[in-house]
Design a protein around this ligand. Sequence first.
Ligand SMILES: [Zn+2]
Ligand SMILES: [Zn+2]
Length: 148
Amino acid sequence: MINYLLTNYKLLGVDIMDCPRCDVELVTKEINGVNVDYCTKGSGVFLHQGELKKITHPTAGDVEFSSLEHLDLSRVSDVKCPICTNSSMIEVNFVEYSDIVIKYCPECSGIWLDKGALELINKEIDNMNVSKEGWRHSIACFFAKCPF
Ligand SMILES: [Zn+2]
Ligand SMILES: [Zn+2]
């Protein structure tokens, strides 16, 4: 009966996704005003295309695009996409040079973040913003002959 209902929900277009790591369904969770699919057991998050930059701290440039620009399809991860269940997700380093690994589905462009990845990403963005501000400050000081 439960299976029957779930099948019908799927037919109605209601997203019911299983966590690619745990044996539970993902639930809707709001982050920064965006409804994402969240695992209550393992704290992983599934994001549709374009959602990463909406839920992370703001910065100049597109963090999603700069991460995926140098996609290496040979870096197959152990995570299967919760939407395209036959498709293995690809490991990608956030903004290429960071050591934060996110998972990307080449089929639907979805992104999987394991527990803690979002916090690390926000920290990385904060650092990026600070060093950019620092750089601007030094240049401005150079021209204005700041004493510091
Ligand atoms: Zn999970
Ligand atoms: Zn997918």
